[in-house]
Design a binder for this molecule. Structure first.
Ligand code: KG4
Ligand code: ZN
Length: 356
């Protein structure tokens, strides 16, 4: 009997300021389109939910058309729709979820609601090998910082080893960048300005790295305050701004990589995956590579362009769910702005889980 080909999965991402659409089948990326409203938020120093939502409304259908055209496909070729149902900005998520439901209904194809952060974990499935099982994952985005134990991404519960108590790593980059007078978004600006400067010029604190601290828990608001205090207290400093920036960045990536490697060692897991917008940071990538090599840990980080939000990660996760035989999400799938990450799929009546 001939083997049925997998359906083409259209993935839709609208959780923050990026409208992303992509088409994936059997782990192969067929087409993609991305539109960002980042420039419209820059003057406010952060994402404005209403502006983001309006931009998604304007960009969504053009992105679907552009992704289809880059794949040489039409809507009739779409066999399933995956969409970020949460977490994210409520106004922004509603646009993607409503559009996904409309496409799925009109085309009479199954709908898969997915968790945005699980999408980050799947971001480079279209570029490389399947994910190792199990692995330790470090998610570092604008809203989340978590160390996770991940098994079969499509089927198993996702276990949180530790999270941030306050600011996320990306949020810390964005807030400190503001204090230092760098443009929004702060992460890429800090990354650029730190290049070639001295990361050891100032010894900023490494929060929660003491012997009695919880090994996998993060806290970045104290570090943010420490940088702000230092800047206030040294208006006439001779330390070059680039060295202050590089020293701050070093404190963040030192803590992130040390805790991630500790988690791999403690759990005897030889694979580390680092994802999310902050995974695009060049110093994080370099230090993680260096420390993982020394510790004998295999490191996987998606290409920089796949670290920040995009539609490919959602289509890749949808494709993984489809190929794993997951049941579609409920047709009344709702946006879940505060969705907790304990499984890849959202809006499932009875999640099918592999026995422990
Ligand atoms: O994953 P993402 O695109 O959106 C969320 O899901 O939050 O992450 C955005 C975050 C922002 O805080 C941004 O400043 C940070 O990722 N970011 C970076 C870099 N590129 C983006 N942080 C440090 N270095 C970068 N190169
Ligand atoms: Zn994200």
């Amino acid at each position: 009997m001939p083997v049925q080909p997998s359906p083409v999965v259209m993935g839709i991402e609208t959780s923050c300021d990026e409208t992303g659409v992509a088409l994936v089948r059997d782990g192969v990326l067929l087409g993609e389109a991305l539109s960002t409203s980042m420039d419209q938020h820059a003057r406010y120093g952060g994402v404005v939910p209403e502006i983001a939502a309006r931009a998604h409304v304007q960009a969504l259908v053009p992105c679907v058309r552009a992704a289809l055209s880059s794949a040489g496909l039409t809507t009739a070729d779409i066999g399933a729709v995956a969409v970020t149902a949460g977490p994210g900005l409520a106004t922004a998520l509603h646009v993607g979820v409503s559009a996904a439901k409309a496409y799925a209904t009109a085309l009479d194809v199954p709908l898969y609601g997915v968790h945005h952060l699980a999408g980050h974990l799947a971001a480079d499935l279209v570029d490389g090998e399947p994910l190792p099982d199990p692995l330790i994952a470090l998610i570092v985005s604008g809203g989340h910082t978590s160390l996770l134990r991940v098994g079969d991404l499509a089927r198993d519960p996702i276990v949180h080893l530790g999270d941030t108590l306050d600011d996320a790593a990306g949020e810390c980059f964005d807030k400190v960048a503001r204090v230092l007078g760098l443009p929004y978004p702060g992460g890429p600006a800090v990354d650029r300005e730190a290049v070639g400067n001295d990361p050891a010029a100032l010894a900023f604190p490494r929060p929660l790295t003491g012997r009695t601290d919880s090994p996998y828990t993060f806290s970045f608001s104290g570090l943010k305050t420490a940088v702000a205090r230092w800047v206030e207290a040294h208006p006439d400093s001779t330390v070059p701004a680039g060295d202050v920036i590089a020293s701050f960045q070093e404190a963040v990536v030192d803590v992130l990589t040390a805790k991630a490697i500790r988690a791999c060692r403690d759990h005897e897991i030889g694979d580390l995956l680092i994802v999310g917008g902050v995974a695009a940071n060049s110093r994080l990538r370099a230090l993680a590579a260096q420390r993982c090599e020394r510790a004998g840990i295999r490191l996987r980080i998606p290409a920089r362009k796949r670290c920040t939000d995009n539609g490919v990660m959602i289509a890749a996760l949808g494709d993984l769910l489809v190929r794993s035989g997951a049941a579609p999400s409920r047709p009344d799938l709702a946006a879940m702005p505060g969705a907790f990450l304990d499984q890849a799929q959202l809006g499932v009546a009875h999640p099918a889980r592999r026995a422990a």
